[in-house]
Ligand binder design. Structure first.
Ligand code: PEP
Ligand code: MG
Length: 892
C-alpha cells in the first residue's frame, strides 16, 4: 500500500487520505503556488499504527524514498552538518482541529548542524533560536515534558538579560538556553536529546499519530461530531524561515472578513517570527495591510495568490504564509471557518459574483448558523449607550454574552455546573482551556488577533469572543482584571462582552432581539434600502430554500399568540396543538371535579363546564391559522398531573385530621390521588388509555373541535382541524375512538348543516404502533411521529431523567455523539419511523405523514425526515426558519 504521497501527487479531493492540510498543500503545489516541497504520510498509516501500536512495515522504506527525493531536490541532506535540510512535522486530519494536535518545527538540528545552519544563514542568533525552539517543541509534544519548564526557563533568561521579548535575546543567550533546555530533557526523560535527525523525525511522526488520541483532540471531536476512527495524516515539509530578520516574517490571512463576510484584506502579520508565534498570540501582530509598507512585492504577490485561491475554491479561504528574506511561501490554505453572519453574506456574494449557484449557496449555510443569528444582542440604542465600557478588543466571534468573570477554566467549569453564567477571561487561551471555553457564555482575552487560538476555537463553537483587548490587564494570579484607569474587576463581578463590536463592559448590559428575528417577525423588511446586509442575505437564502424544499413545515403551538408568530415565521399549519395546558390554571378545579365525580350526572356537569372553554380555545386557534391545517391532539398526560401533589395533600389532610376539621373534599381528593398514583406514569394511564377509561373526556374534546370548526365556518372562516389521538399501541384503540368521534361529528354537522372536513389520525410514538403501522393505517387518515416518546420507549430512556443523570457519561464514552432526544437515532428509532412510514403508505397510499417530536426542528434530523419521505415536520415556532432552511438544503 502507498502510505506516502509527494505534495505533487495529491489534490484537494483526497482529504480522507491526506487530511485537509495535506490535500490543500497538494492542490496549491499543483496550482503552481510557492509551496515548500514535502510529502504527506496518509491517515491509513496512522490508523494502522493506532490499531497495532506499530507503524506499518512498509512505511519506513517509503518515507526513506520520499526523503531521499526531497533531499535530492533541495540539494542537502536532513540534518547535514555543514548545511542541514530542516523539516517541519505537522498533523493534519480530514477536518480541521485547530491547535488540537501536534506540530514540531526545525527537525534536523543538532549540536553539530546548528553550526552549519549558522554558517549558511550567516546568522548565528537565528540558528541557536531555531535549535532552542526545536528542543522546546520536541520536549513538550514528543517527549511529554511539561511545557512550563521550558517557558519558565526562557522567561528567566529574558529577565536576566532585561530582555522584553524573545527577539532581544542574543546568540550567546540562546546558546546558553539550548544547554539548559537539553538538561531539562535529560533530567525529565533520563536520556539525551536525540541527535540523529532521522530519529527526531520518526519520533515526531509517531507523536503526531499519538496526538490523535490525546484527550484534547477527543473532546474536540465529540463536540464537533467528528468520528474517532479517521486518524490524522502527517505532513513533512521543508522548512522556510520567518525569523531570519526584519525582511522575514509570518502571517495568517483570510480572503474576506470571517466575521462579517466583507471583502477586503484581513489578517495578521508578525515580522521576524516563526510559525506558531502568530496563532499562539504570544507577541502582538500588525494588521496584514501594513505588510504593503514592509514588503510591497510580497504583499502584491500574496494578494494575487489570495484571489487565485478564492476563485479556485470558490469560497473564503484562510491562509498561513511565511516570508523568508523577501521570498513568499504558502504554508497552508483551507476553506476558512467563518461566523454565521459571514456564512450567509458570503454565500449570497458568491452567487452575485457568479462563482456559485443558488443550490450551492444553500449548502454553504446551515440551520445551526441560522439559529445562532437568532440569538439576542446588546441594545445599540438604549442599554449599550449607558453601559459602563471598560475596554475594547477585537470582535472575534459575535453575540452578546453576560456573566460573572472567572480567570481559569477550572472555575469556569465549576461555576457553570452550579448554574452560574460565566465569562472566561484569560491573557490568551491554549488548547487546555477548551473545557472552560465550552462551559463559558463567552471568552475575553487581552492578547492575540482574529486568528488567535481563542478566536478560532470560539468561532467554531459559536461562542461569543472578544480577544486582544490590550488595555485590559489580566492578572490570573490575583484573579482580576485591571482597566487602564485603574479599576479592578474581581472574580465573580458581572461583565458583558460584545463579540460583534469588540466592546467590553462592567456590569450587565440589556440585550435586544437580533435583526434576523425582527425580519422574521415582519418588523424589518429585507427590501428596504437601509436594510441590514445580513437580513438581505438571510432573506435571499430563505427564498431559495422555500423554492426547492419538498417538506412542509408546521409549528407546535397551542395558543393563538404562538400560532400567529409561527405563521409569521413561515409555518404552514400547526402539527401539534397539545391540549393539556388548556386544563391548567383556573380550569384545574374542573378537572378535579371530573376526576372526583361519583355519578354520571356529576361527571357530565364537569365536562359540560369544560366544553365551552375548550371550544373557545379552538375558535381562537383556528382563526389565527385560518386556511391552514391545525392538528389538535387530545389529552395526553396522566391525570394525576392535574391533581395536587401527593405529599403536600397528605400533610394537609393529616394536619386537618389532628385538628379534627378534615374537609370532605380533601379526603376524596386524597383518595383519588392515591388511586391514580403510578410508579411509572409515563407508561401508565395516559393518552388514548385515558380517553377509553374516562367516559366522555375525548368526546367532549372532539365536540369542542367540531363546534369551534362549525362556528368558524359560519363566520366565513376556513378551519382545517385534524384530530390526533396520542399513545396508540394497537388499531383496536383507534377504532373505538373513531366510532365515537364519527358519531359526534356527524351530529354536529347535521345540526349546523355543514361538512366540517375533519380528519382523524394518530401519533406513532410507541414501538408497537410503529411495528403494526400497516394495521393502524386502516383506521387513520394521518400519522404524526412522536419521536420524543418513541425515543423514550425504544431506548427505555426516561426522557425526564436521563439527560441529567447518565448522559454525560454516555457522551464522554462516545456511546453517542449527541443525545438521541436531540438528533434522531437513525439506526434505531429512525429505522422504525422509516418502516412504519412504508407500512402505513402500503395500506393507504394517501396517508399523510409528519413528525412532531423535538426532532422536527433539529437540522440533521430534518434531512432524515426528508429522506424517509415524510410530508412535513413540526417544531416550536422559533425553530421554523431553521427547519425551512434545512428542508431546502435536504432537497437542493
Ligand atoms: C412526542 O412524544 O414526540 C410528542 C410530540 O408528544 P409529547 O412530547 O407531548 O409527549
Ligand atoms: Mg408523546
Amino acid at each position: 500500500r502507498k502510505f506516502v504521497y509527494d505534495f505533487s501527487e495529491g489534490n484537494k479531493d483526497l482529504k480522507d487520505l491526506l487530511g485537509g492540510k495535506g490535500a490543500n498543500l497538494a492542490e496549491m503545489t499543483n496550482l503552481g503556488l510557492p509551496v515548500p516541497p514535502g510529502f504527506t504520510i496518509t491517515t491509513e498509516a496512522c490508523k494502522a499504527y493506532l490499531e497495532s501500536g506499530e507503524a506499518p512495515a512498509a512505511l519506513r522504506d517509503q518515507v526513506s524514498e520520499h526523503l531521499a527525493a526531497l533531499e535530492a531536490r533541495m540539494g542537502k541532506k536532513l540534518g547535514q552538518a555543514d548545511d542541514p535540510l530542516l523539516v517541519s512535522v505537522r498533523s493534519g486530519a480530514k477536518f480541521s482541529m485547530p491547535g488540537m494536535m501536534d506540530t514540531v518545527l526545525n527537525i534536523g538540528l543538532s549540536d553539530e548542524s546548528v553550526h552549519g545552519l549558522a554558517a549558511q544563514s550567516g546568522d548565528e542568533r537565528f540558528a541557536w533560536d531555531s535549535y532552542r525552539r526545536l528542543i522546546q517543541m520536541f520536549g513538550d509534544t514528543v517527549l511529554g515534558i511539561d511545557g512550563e519548564r521550558f517557558s519558565e526557563t526562557l522567561d528567566e533568561a529574558k529577565s536576566a538579560r532585561g530582555a522584553k521579548t524573545d527577539v532581544d535575546l542574543k546568540a550567546d543567550d540562546l546558546k546558553e538556553l539550548v544547554g539548559k533546555f537539553k538538561s531539562i530533557v535529560s533530567e525529565e526523560t533520563g536520556r539525551e536529546f536525540p541527535q540523529d535527525p532521522r530519529e527526531q523525525m520518526d519520533l515526531a511522526v509517531r507523536a503526531v499519530f499519538d496526538s490523535w488520541n490525546g484527550s484534547r483532540a477527543r473532546l474536540y471531536r465529540r463536540q464537533e461530531r467528528i468520528p474517532h476512527d479517521l486518524g490524522t495524516a502527517v505532513n513533512i515539509c521543508s522548512m522556510v524561515f520567518g525569523n531570519l530578520g526584519p525582511d522575514s516574517g509570518t502571517g495568517v490571512a483570510f480572503t474576506r472578513d470571517p466575521a462579517s463576510g466583507q471583502q477586503g484584506v484581513y489578517g495578521d502579520y508578525l515580522q521576524n517570527a516563526q510559525g506558531e508565534d502568530v496563532v499562539a498570540g504570544i507577541r502582538n501582530t500588525v494588521p496584514l495591510a501594513d505588510l504593503e509598507q514592509l514588503d510591497k512585492a510580497s504583499y502584491d504577490q500574496l494578494m494575487q495568490i489570495m484571489e487565485t485561491l478564492e476563485n479556485h475554491y470558490r469560497d473564503l479561504c484562510d491562509i498561513e504564509f511565511t516570508i523568508e528574506r523577501g521570498k513568499l511561501w504558502m504554508l497552508q490554505t483551507r476553506v476558512g471557518k467563518r461566523t454565521a453572519a459571514a456564512a450567509f453574506r458570503i454565500a449570497t456574494q458568491l452567487v452575485d459574483q457568479g462563482l456559485i449557484d443558488e443550490a450551492e449557496a444553500l449548502q454553504r449555510v446551515n440551520g445551526t448558523q441560522l439559529a445562532q443569528l437568532m440569538f439576542p444582542r446588546f441594545d445599540s440604542n438604549g442599554g449599550v449607550k449607558d453601559a459602563d465600557q471598560i475596554g475594547w478588543g477585537i470582535a472575534a466571534s459575535p453575540g452578546a454574552a453576560v456573566g460573572k468573570a472567572v480567570f481559569d477554566s477550572y472555575t469556569a467549569i465549576k461555576w457553570s455546573r452550579s448554574g452560574e453564567k460565566v465569562i472566561l477571561i484569560r491573557r490568551e487561551t491554549n488548547p487546555d482551556d477548551l473545557d472552560g471555553m465550552l462551559a463559558a457564555e463567552g471568552i475575553l482575552t487581552s492578547r492575540g488577533g482574529k486568528t488567535s487560538h481563542a478566536a478560532v476555537v470560539a468561532r467554531g463553537m459559536g461562542k461569543t469572543c472578544v480577544c486582544g483587548a490590550e488595555e485590559l490587564e489580566v492578572d490570573t494570579k490575583r484573579r482580576c482584571l485591571k482597566t487602564q484607569d485603574g479599576r479592578v474587576i474581581e472574580e465573580g463581578d458581572v461583565v458583558s462582552i460584545d463579540g460583534s463590536s469588540g466592546k467590553v463592559y462592567a456590569g450587565e448590559v440589556p440585550v435586544v432581539p437580533s435583526p434576523v428575528v425582527e425580519y422574521f417577525e415582519g418588523r424589518m423588511h429585507a427590501g428596504a434600502d437601509d436594510a441590514d446586509e445580513l437580513v438581505k442575505a438571510v432573506h435571499r437564502i430563505m427564498a431559495y430554500a422555500d423554492r426547492v424544499r419538498r417538506l412542509r413545515v408546521r409549528a407546535n403551538a397551542d395558543n393563538a399568540e404562538d400560532a400567529a408568530r409561527a405563521r409569521r415565521f413561515g409555518a404552514q399549519g400547526i402539527g401539534l396543538c397539545r391540549t393539556e395546558h388548556m386544563f391548567l390554571g383556573e380550569r384545574r378545579e374542573l378537572v378535579e371535579r371530573l376526576i372526583l365525580a361519583d355519578t354520571e350526572n356529576e361527571r357530565e356537569q364537569a365536562l359540560g363546564a369544560l366544553l365551552p372553554l375548550q371550544k373557545g380555545d379552538f375558535v381562537e386557534l383556528f382563526e389565527s391559522m385560518d386556511g391552514l391545517p391545525v392538528t389538535v391532539r387530545l389529552l395526553d398526560p396522566p391525570l394525576h398531573e392535574f391533581l395536587p401533589d401527593i405529599t403536600e395533600l397528605s400533610v394537609r389532610v393529616a394536619l386537618a385530621e389532628s385538628r379534627k376539621d378534615a374537609n370532605e373534599n380533601d379526603l376524596r381528593l386524597l383518595q383519588a390521588v392515591h388511586r391514580l398514583h403510578e410508579q411509572n406514569p409515563m407508561l401508565g394511564l395516559r393518552g388514548v388509555r385515558l380517553g377509553l377509561v374516562i367516559p366522555g373526556l375525548f368526546t367532549m374534546q372532539i365536540r369542542a373541535i367540531a363546534e369551534a370548526s362549525a362556528e368558524r365556518k359560519a363566520a366565513g372562516g376556513d378551519p382545517r382541524a385534524e384530530i390526533m389521538i396520542p399513545l396508540v399501541g394497537t388499531v383496536q384503540e383507534l377504532e373505538l375512538v373513531r366510532e365515537e368521534a364519527e358519531q359526534v361529528i356527524a351530529e354536529i354537522e347535521r345540526e349546523h348543516n355543514v361538512d366540517l372536513g375533519l380528519t382523524l389520525g394518530t401519533m406513532i410514538e410507541l414501538p408497537r404502533a410503529a411495528l403494526t403501522a400497516g394495521q393502524i393505517a386502516e383506521c387513520a387518515d394521518f400519522f404524526s411521529f412522536g419521536t420524543n416518546d418513541l425515543t423514550q420507549t425504544v431506548w427505555a430512556f426516561s426522557r425526564d431523567d436521563v439527560e441529567a443523570s447518565f448522559f454525560t457519561a454516555y457522551l464522554e464514552k462516545g456511546i453517542f455523539g449527541v443525545s438521541p432526544f436531540e438528533t434522531i437515532d437513525k439506526d434505531g428509532v429512525g429505522s422504525l419511523v422509516r418502516s412504519a412510514a412504508e407500512a402505513g403508505r402500503a395500506t393507504r397510499p394517501d396517508l399523510k405523514l409528519g413528525v412532531c417530536g423535538e426532532h422536527g426542528g433539529d437540522p440533521e434530523s430534518v434531512h432524515f425526515f426528508h429522506d424517509v419521505g415524510l410530508d412535513y415536520v413540526s417544531c416550536s415556532p422559533f425553530r421554523i426558519p431553521v427547519a425551512r432552511l434545512e428542508a431546502g438544503r435536504a432537497a437542493a
